[in-house]
Design a protein around this ligand. Structure first.
Ligand code: ATP
Ligand code: MG
Length: 636
C-alpha cells in the first residue's frame, strides 16, 4: 500500500488540530486519496475495459468498494466488477440463425464469436463461475500489460480473480455476478452525500478497528470484521440516533421514483439516486460526541441475540426475526449478526467468531470509557497526546482494564502429594498457605529470574480501596498519565518504599468474598523477552537438555535475563522500559480441597505503555506458569 501515513506522523498531525471534530475531519483529508491517485485508478479501469471489450464484446468493467464508495484510503484495493450480461446476450443471439444482434439492440462485431474469439471456447450461459473466472484470469495474464500475480480465488463466497498492477502498486479483485456490490456501493455513496458526518465517522471507526486488530485483515477472510461490515455498523448507528441522521433503507425505497426501482438477484435495491431530493437530518450532534456515543452504543450490545437491520434501522430480536421472514430462516446466524441492507438473507459478519465479537464489545467499552475523559475531549495545552490519538494506540484503551491481562495458574497439582496431604490436615489454613507460597514464587520469578523490580504493595487490597469511587480513580489515572507523559523521572525504589504507579488499581468489587490477594508494583528495565532462546543455547552449550539442567532451569533462565540486561548497556538505564502492577488473587471453592484454589494474576499498566507491555505479557503467558511451578517444586 502506497502513501500510507505512519502512526507517529498521524499522531503528530492530529495533535495539532484544535478539537476532536477537527481531528476527525483531518482523518478524512489525510487518508482519502489524491486527485492523481483517482486518475490513476480511472486509467487502470480504462485499461481493463479495453482489454476485456476485445475478448468479451459488450462487457463493462465497473469499479465498486472503497475506490468509489466515499471511503477511499490511499492505496486501498481496487474492486472491479466485470459485467458480462450483454456479452452473454450477444453470444446467445449470435448462436441464433438471425445473426449477432444483441437483445438490447446494440450491434456486435461479426467476428466476436468467430473461430478465434475467446467466446468460441465457452458458453457464458451455461458456464460455471469458476470456468468464466479462469478465462478472465487467462486474459489478464496474457493481455493486460503490467499486471502480475494473477490468481483466481474460487473458494470465496464471491469468487474473484486477484491481481497486482506493478507500476501503480495497486492490488485488486475482479468478480463477476456481483451486481449487488454495485448497488451497495452506490448506497454507501448516497449515505456520504446525505450527511457530511458520515465520512469522518467511518474513517475514524475503520482506523480504530484496524489499530485494535478488530478489522482489516489485509489478506481477507479470517474471523475479523471487514470494512464493509464496519461501515454498515456505523450507518446503522446513525439510523438509530434521535432524531435519525440517516433514514432506514426501507424508507429510502419508499422515496425512490419509478426509474430508480431496481431488483437485483431478487432483492429490492431501490433508493433515490440523488441525495439532493432527500430531507437533511435535524440532528445536530457533533462528531466528537457521535464517536463516543458509537462506542457506548456497542459496548454491551447483544450482537448474538439479535440481527442488526439497516432495512428497518433497528435490531430485530432473534425469535421474531426467524419466524417472520423467509430471509430470516436462511441468514447464517453467529456471534455477530449484521444483515446486508439489500441481500437480506446475508449476514455480512458471518465470518466473525465469538472471540472477535467479544473483543469488539470490550474495545468499544474501553473506548467509551476513554471518550468520557478530558484527555479525549480537550486538546492538551502541554503538547501531550489527546483526542483520537490515544484511541488509536494498539491495545491502549484496552490496557486500562485489568481483566484483559490475566494469567491463570493451574498449579494445584504441583504440590507433592505428601505435602498436600499434610497441609490438608490443617484444611482451614491450606488455601492461605498455598496462596502465599505461590505468591512468593511469582515474586521470585519476576524479581530473580526476570530481573524486574518488584515491590509488594499490599495484601487484601479490597478493603483498602473500598472508598475510592470509579470517577476518582479515573481522575487519578488521568493525572498520572499526564504526569508520566511529561517525562518526569520517577526512579523506582527497589528498597520497597512507596512507589506511585499510574496503573489502575483494583476496586473492591473486583474481588469476590473469600479471596486473598497480593499486589506488587513492578518495573521492567530490559527487553528480557527477546532473544532468550539464542542466549540459552549459548549458555547451555551443545549437549541436549538433561534432567539435571531442567531442574536448574530457573538458574539458567536467570542467567539468560542477566545476559540480556548486559547486552547493550552495562549500566541500568535511569528509567524503566515500563511499569506494571500485578495482583494475585485466590478464589476458594466450597470445599477445602486443593483443586479448588484458583490463583489468577491480573496485570494492569499505564495505557501509554500498553504496546510494549503487551509484548512482555505474551511472553509471560507461557513463561511465568512454567517457572512458578518449577520454583514451587524446588521449594517443596
Ligand atoms: P477496503 O477495500 O479499503 O477494505 P472496501 O469498502 O472496498 O474497503 P471491501 O471489504 O473491499 O471494502 O469490500 C468491497 C465491496 O465488496 C463492498 O463495498 C461490498 O460491496 C462488497 N462486500 C465486501 N464484503 C462483503 C460482505 N461481507 N458481504 C457482502 N458484500 C461485501
Ligand atoms: Mg475494497
Amino acid at each position: 500500500r502506497q502513501g500510507q501515513l505512519s502512526p507517529e506522523k498521524l499522531a503528530q498531525k492530529l495533535c495539532q488540530a484544535d478539537n476532536v471534530d477537527a481531528q476527525m475531519s483531518l482523518m478524512v483529508q489525510l487518508f482519502e486519496f489524491s486527485e492523481s491517485e483517482r486518475r490513476l485508478r480511472d486509467l487502470l479501469v480504462t485499461l481493463f475495459q479495453e482489454v476485456f471489450l476485445e475478448f468479451f464484446p459488450g462487457s463493462a468493467v465497473l469499479p465498486f468498494g472503497s475506490s468509489v464508495n466515499g471511503f477511499a484510503v490511499s492505496g486501498c484495493d481496487l474492486d472491479l466488477f466485470l459485467d458480462l450480461e450483454k456479452t452473454k446476450n450477444f453470444q446467445a443471439s449470435a448462436k441464433r440463425p438471425s445473426g449477432p444482434q444483441a437483445e438490447d439492440g446494440a450491434s456486435v462485431e461479426q467476428d466476436s464469436c468467430s473461430e478465434d474469439s475467446i467466446l468460441s471456447d465457452i458458453d457464458l450461459a451455461s458456464a460455471t463461475v469458476p470456468e468464466v473466472l479462469e478465462l478472465v484470469a487467462a486474459v489478464m495474464r496474457k493481455c493486460v500489460p503490467g499486471v502480475h500475480n494473477v490468481q483466481a480465488v474460487l473458494t470465496a463466497r464471491r469468487p474473484v480473480v486477484k491481481f497486482w498492477h506493478k507500476e501503480s502498486g495497486l492490488r485488486g479483485d475482479i468478480s463477476i455476478n456481483n451486481k449487488l456490490a454495485i448497488c451497495n456501493t452506490r448506497f454507501l455513496q448516497l449515505c456520504t452525500e446525505m450527511d457530511e458526518r458520515v465520512r469522518p465517522l467511518v474513517y475514524v471507526v475503520r482506523y480504530w478497528a484496524k489499530q485494535q486488530a478488530l478489522a482489516g485483515n489485509p489478506f481477507g477472510g479470517g474471523p475479523l470484521l471487514n470494512n464493509y461490515a464496519l461501515t454498515l455498523l456505523v450507518l446503522f448507528f446513525l439510523q438509530t440516533r434521535t432524531p435519525p441522521i440517516l433514514p432506514t433503507v426501507a424508507h429510502l425505497k419508499e422515496l425512490s421514483v419509478e426509474e430508480e426501482r431496481t431488483v437485483v438477484d431478487g432483492w429490492d435495491c431501490s433508493f433515490p439516486k440523488d441525495s439532493a431530493r432527500l430531507e437533511p437530518s435535524g440532528n445536530k450532534e457533533d462528531l466528537c460526541s457521535l464517536l463516543s456515543e458509537f462506542f457506548r452504543a456497542f459496548e454491551d450490545y447483544d450482537f448474538a441475540g439479535c440481527v442488526i437491520s439497516l432495512w428497518e434501522g433497528r435490531p430485530l430480536p432473534l425469535p421474531s426475526f426467524l419466524s417472520s421472514s423467509e430471509a430470516g430462516s436462511k441468514l447464517k446466524l453467529g456471534p455477530f449478526n449484521l444483515q446486508d441492507p439489500f441481500e437480506q438473507s446475508h449476514n455480512v459478519a458471518a465470518n466473525v467468531n465469538e472471540k472477535t465479537a467479544l473483543r469488539f464489545q470490550r474495545c468499544c467499552c474501553n473506548a467509551a470509557k476513554y471518550c468520557r475523559s478530558l484527555q479525549y475531549q480537550r486538546k492538551s495545552s502541554k503538547g501531550k497526546i489527546w483526542g483520537l490519538v490515544r484511541l488509536f494506540q494498539p491495545g491502549a484503551t484496552e490496557a486500562s482494564v485489568a481483566e484483559n491481562f490475566v494469567i491463570g495458574l493451574p498449579l494445584t497439582m504441583a504440590v507433592p502429594p505428601a505435602q498436600a496431604h499434610e497441609l490438608l490436615g490443617q484444611a482451614r489454613d491450606f488455601h492461605l498457605l498455598w496462596f502465599q507460597k505461590v505468591c512468593a514464587s511469582v515474586a521470585f520469578v519476576l524479581r530473580d529470574v526476570l530481573k524486574c523490580s518488584c515491590v509488594e504493595v499490599g495484601q487484601g487490597l479490597g478493603e483498602e480501596q473500598e472508598v475510592s469511587e470509579v470517577k476518582q480513580e479515573e481522575e487519578e489515572l488521568e493525572a498520572k498519565t499526564q504526569q508520566l507523559s511529561v517525562g518526569s523521572k520517577r526512579p523506582l525504589d527497589e528498597g520497597g518504599s512507596n512507589v506511585s504507579l499510574p496503573a489502575k488499581r483494583l476496586r473492591v468489587d473486583d474481588l469476590l468474598p473469600g479471596e486473598e490477594s497480593m499486589t506488587w508494583n513492578c518495573a521492567v528495565w530490559h527487553r528480557v523477552w527477546l532473544g532468550r532462546r539464542r542466549i540459552r543455547r549459548q549458555l547451555q552449550g551443545p549437549e541436549s537438555e538433561t534432567q539435571h539442567q531442567k531442574a536448574n532451569s530457573l538458574d539458567l533462565e536467570a542467567k539468560v535475563s542477566e545476559a540480556i540486561s548486559q547486552q547493550k548497556c552495562e549500566a541500568r538505564p535511569t528509567d524503566p522500559l515500563f511499569q506494571f502492577t500485578v495482583c494475585a488473587q485466590a478464589s476458594r471453592g466450597g470445599t477445602s480441597c486443593e483443586q479448588d484454589t484458583r490463583i489468577s494474576l491480573r496485570f494492569s499498566t499505564d495505557p501509554e505503555q500498553a504496546s510494549v507491555f503487551q509484548e512482555f505479557f505474551h511472553f509471560l503467558q507461557g513463561f511465568l506458569p512454567r517457572m512458578v511451578e518449577q520454583h514451587l517444586v524446588r521449594k517443596a
